[in-house]
Design a protein around this ligand. Sequence first.
Ligand code: FAD
Length: 467
Amino acid sequence: MSSFDVVIIGSGPGGYVAAIRCAQLGFKTAIIEKYAALGGTCLNVGCIPSKALLASSHHYSDIAHFAEHGIEVSGEIKVNLEKMIARKQAVVDQTVGGVKFLMDKNKITVFEGLGSFIDATHIAIAKADGTSETVEAKNIIIATGSKPSNLPFIKLDKERIITSTEALKLPEVPKHLVIIGGGVIGIELGQVYLRLGAQVSVVEYLDRIIPGMDASLSKELTKVLKKQGMKFYVSHKVKSVERNGDIVAVQAENTKGETITLEGNYALVSVGRRPYTDGLNADKAGVKISDRGMVEVNDHLQTNVPNIYAIGDVVRGAMLAHKAEEEGTMVAEILAGQKPHIDYNLIPGVVYTWPEVAAVGQTEEQLKAAGIEYKAGSFPFKALGRARAGGDLDGFVKILADAKTDEVLGVHMIGARCADLIAEAVTAMEFKASAEDISRISHAHPTFAEAMKEAALAATDNRALHV
Ligand code: FAD
């Protein structure tokens, strides 16, 4: 039986980053992954493939702006979805290959098979060929991630009534895609197919899409997506989803009890994700799983069994790849006797639509609920030279700062390149910057980043220069 200092179960961004950091710190490390491809949800059926399709469909939708830029195209431009999806898969395969390279480079032993606890220091690995192997570990990190959730009355056939996984490899552009759930994943995939020519309808139970983010962002995103042709049915509770041949009927009821029926040829169920521990046999090690299926951990990501830790989507907190990565690093460093720290308030959230949406820190709703006095400064992208040059005029940056100390408490933005721009806000907040600090930093001209400076000026005595 082989034995290791650390064994990690699951090779998503939490697990593989934990493995690399453990190896860097001198631990004899192994990782167990039940699928042949490393990288977990994020690399295989999450972040990377969705961004590949968003990029391809964005190129296609840019055709609408060719004429205004003086680009004349003769002949038909059309989508070859099969090729687009093959390209996406090539990007995934290459990225997954990169993780394998990193495992080899760092001398991490990779086991392919389902990992199940035998006890708190032994794990059985059930392999695809029916054989099994047992490994011993001083420390174990559970990084088994999450799977799509469903509503109890919906029967997913994965053909017409699908999850995000199937939506990443559809055989055709839907005529009408009905999306159940207006969260990040549904909206991103909705925009992919909207751009490719589908009619897209989003049914959301709450009164707005991307409900976890600042209300101003969901309002602006709704406005822009409506302009692009997406239809929204917010405050609608889905009551039934029935397939009849190639038609899927989604019935939903609004708050007044009125019923609508949307007939699509695909229904994408994107109602969140659930922590995944199936087959792990956590009870054999005595590890506590909460009623909601999460592995319970303390502030050091340690379970109730001292040598077993858990990270990423399978524990509390935002289900995001970079959160999982930070946690993977943190556990490795704790095991090495270091004292790392994660500020969960400063984990940014991003929606990769175009315009992109990004945020960090507290929303206005949260500050109001907590009774914290704050000031807000906003700046619209349309007032920026760079936005005008490129024609990306939608959106704004909003900075929320403490009314007395001027410390930045939250930054919320929607517009071109916000997924990258938010890094400045995270850095500033990590260093406890005031709005005035940001307003006094030189930002290159012309850039979208100037909106950060202008919003900071707006938040400090309404001093924005270009509005
Ligand atoms: P996972 O990535 O889920 O990996 C867990 C791994 O564990 C899997 O490979 C699984 O096979 C393996 N496993 C499970 N049980 C066992 C077992 N018993 N034995 C062996 N192996 C096991 N996040 C972002 O930050 N940015 C994005 O743009 C983004 N886009 C997304 C788009 C989509 C469509 C989806 C679905 C998700 C997206 N996410 C995004 C979320 C992101 O994918 C997850 O937050 C992230 O993958 C979580 O990482 P993890 O390591 O905790 O788990």
